[in-house]
Design a protein around this ligand. Structure first.
Ligand code: NDP
Ligand code: 8X3
Length: 247
């Protein structure tokens, strides 16, 4: 049985990915700060799930959680770097610097730290890494400022990892989803359920399960195949034009 670690599995894409992987006979280490959201995954999926509740921005907590893994969860074959968030939609000139720092600490610094820690084992086992980036890393939009910047980092880090891991057999992929209905907008708006409902209403957005199925597909391709980057959107989402300020 192969072992995956899915960061940010207390909700949304991470929780769905844990379910899909467990259903495909993987055992899964699930992480996130909310321990009360991890326990039900264990109840639902059984002892193929190992919950590890910690703040991924805290390097000591990350090390402690990985050091405390039970023996049978120690040989990790797949790292799904999913934990992440957007905070705020204000333009840069009115944005909150602490929110910017939180996004960088979570989406960039913590992702890099867990990757660095797990790389030796992943190389040993010719494993894989799937990074959840975003269309926000490719296409700018008003208010996307630092969130989009962090996701552009994830995209480029993914490709650069591929270069460094050349010849090791380790697969590295970035998934760039567009609109997925999760708690993402609730978090981004500081808990505004109405704003979240309004954003998704009538849009027929992607589901967390859509992205989870994509993670499983990437992770179970024949070993000679690597998906470098994969961008997905709901049919009802596309692109708008440039803006011009006239004086
Ligand atoms: P959710 O808000 O539903 O899930 C985010 C997950 O990240 C939660 O499990 C949360 O756990 C975890 N997380 C956030 N901060 C921390 C932290 N400091 N320590 C540990 N875990 C943390 O959103 P999604 O499922 O949508 O988001 C998953 C990923 O997908 C993110 O990287 C997001 O940027 C990306 N994405 C989302 C899109 C969307 O439209 N929804 C589109 C493109 C990309 P907890 O709060 O319990 O710590
Ligand atoms: C989430 C997608 O467009 O809200 O990464 O930034 S978007």
């Amino acid at each position: 049985m192969k072992t995956a670690i899915v960061t940010g599995a207390t909700s949304g894409i991470g929780a769905a990915t844990a379910r899909v992987l467990a259903g495909a006979e993987w055992q899964v280490i699930v992480t996130g700060r909310r321990a009360d959201r991890l326990a039900p995954l264990v109840d639902e999926l059984g002892d193929v799930i190992h919950p590890a509740a910690f703040d991924i921005r805290d390097p000591a907590a990350l090390d402690a959680a990985l050091d405390a893994l039970p023996e049978r969860f120690r040989s990790i074959d797949l790292l799904v770097n999913n934990a992440g968030l957007a905070l705020g939609t204000a333009p840069a000139q009115r944005a909150d610097l602490d929110q910017w720092r939180t996004m960088i600490d979570t989406n960039v610094t913590a992702l890099v730290a867990i990757t660095h820690r797990l790389l030796p084992g992943l190389i040993e086992r010719r494993g894989g890494i799937v990074n959840i980036a975003s269309v926000a890393g490719t296409y700018p939009y008003p208010g996307g400022n630092v969130y989009g910047g962090t996701k552009a980092f994830v995209q480029q880090f993914t490709l650069n990892l591929r270069s460094d891991l050349h010849g090791t057999g380790v697969r590295v992929s970035a998934i760039d989803p567009g609109m997925v209905e999760t708690e993402f907008t609730l978090v981004r708006t500081g808990g505004d359920q109405k704003a979240s409902d309004t954003l998704y209403a009538g849009a027929d957005p992607m589901t967390a399960e859509d992205i989870a199925a994509t993670v499983l597909w990437i992770a179970t391709l024949p070993p000679h195949l690597n998906i470098n980057r994969l961008e997905l959107m709901p049919v009802n989402q596309s692109f708008a034009g440039f803006q011009v300020a006239r004086t």
